[in-house]
Design a protein around this ligand. Structure first.
Ligand SMILES: Nc1ncnc2c1ncn2[C@@H]1O[C@H](COP(=O)(O)OP(=O)(O)OP(=O)(O)O)[C@@H](O)[C@H]1O
Ligand SMILES: Cc1ncc(CO)c(N)n1
Length: 267
């Protein structure tokens, strides 16, 4: 059994954060574990409260997991504050995971800040260099690079800039582009693009979380980074196509666990 760990915030609505990550791991047949950084009171419409877990408790959750259940890959999502970033950096340095995917979550789809503005500097200086790949969406790539992004060329410039903080690859996600959903991958040598048609739906809660968790799950399964990106892009496209129209706001993407299909059952 392969193991994957998510270090992220809890979404009470079940569509993003820890909940989306664990559903994604299960859909890939990977055993999921969690380090909770923050608890959000959230649904498809809004975030109505946020309470951070103490940095020491974030570190202790990492210690408990790594000392007994060393993960094959790690995904980091909402980190909330500089103190939590420092606790995660301490855990990474002590336990040395090889494959870390960082989704630099800043603002929820409903518009609520999930990272304190003064923590962006710590994200750049303390976390990015400890990660294999960073997966910003367009507003996050703009905030990290200082480059205004209007098209794929700008996405490439931003990816190059973010690489300078010391990760081994960057994927700038194009879900916020007007036309096709184009994601740009850069590993310091070459740029590669994966494109899918924009699916016309309001139900995209959890796309970014599920996408980065799918990359981590595929890395845990032993795929190389670009293959993991390609598989994750297929997974998220399918999850958005099958997104669920629940709640009054942006409904969640759907995660398939195909064990029933494997057993020949049609449920
Ligand atoms: N409407 C859509 N149709 C097709 N693909 C999409 C759509 N929206 C997002 N994607 C894809 O989903 C993945 C996640 O991208 P997105 O830019 O939505 O992340 P995000 O903004 O970080 O998500 P979140 O708001 O959950 O944090 C990318 O591969 C992107 O191309
Ligand atoms: C806890 C959490 N993490 C990430 C996101 C993504 O926007 C969210 N809405 N909530």
């Amino acid at each position: 059994m392969k193991l994957a760990l998510t270090i992220a915030g809890s979404d009470s609505g079940g569509g993003a954060g820890i909940q989306a990550d664990l559903k994604t791991f299960s859909a890939h047949g990977v055993f999921g574990m969690s380090v909770i950084t923050s608890v959000t009171a959230q649904n498809t419409k809004a975030v109505i409260g946020v309470e951070d877990i103490s940095p020491e408790m974030v570190y202790l959750q990492m210690k408990a997991v790594f000392e007994d259940l060393p993960p094959d890959a790690v995904k980091i999502g909402m980190v909330s504050s500089e103190a939590i970033i420092k606790a995660i950096a301490r855990g990474i340095d002590e336990f040395n995971p090889e494959k870390v995917v960082l989704d630099p979550v800043m603002i929820s789809k409903s518009g609520h800040a999930l990272l304190k503005p003064d923590a962006i500097d710590a994200l750049k200086k303390e976390l990015i260099k400890r990660c294999l790949v960073v997966t910003p969406n367009i507003p996050e790539a703009q905030a990290l690079s200082g480059i205004t992004i209007k098209n794929v060329e700008d996405m490439k410039k931003a990816a190059e800039n973010i690489m300078s903080y010391g990760c081994r690859a960057v994927i700038v996600k194009g879900g916020h582009l007007e036309d096709d959903a184009v994601d740009v991958f850069f590993d310091g040598n070459e740029f590669r693009e994966l494109r899918s048609e924009k699916i016309p739906t309001k139900n995209t809660h959890g796309t970014g979380c599920s996408f980065s968790s799918a990359i981590a799950a595929n890395l845990a399964l032993g795929h190389d980074l670009f293959t993991s990106f390609k598989l994750a892009k297929e997974y998220i496209t399918s999850a958005i196509k099958n997104s669920v129209n629940i709640g009054g706001g942006a409904g969640p993407v759907h995660h398939f666990f195909n064990l029933y299909q494997k057993a020949g059952l049609n449920v």
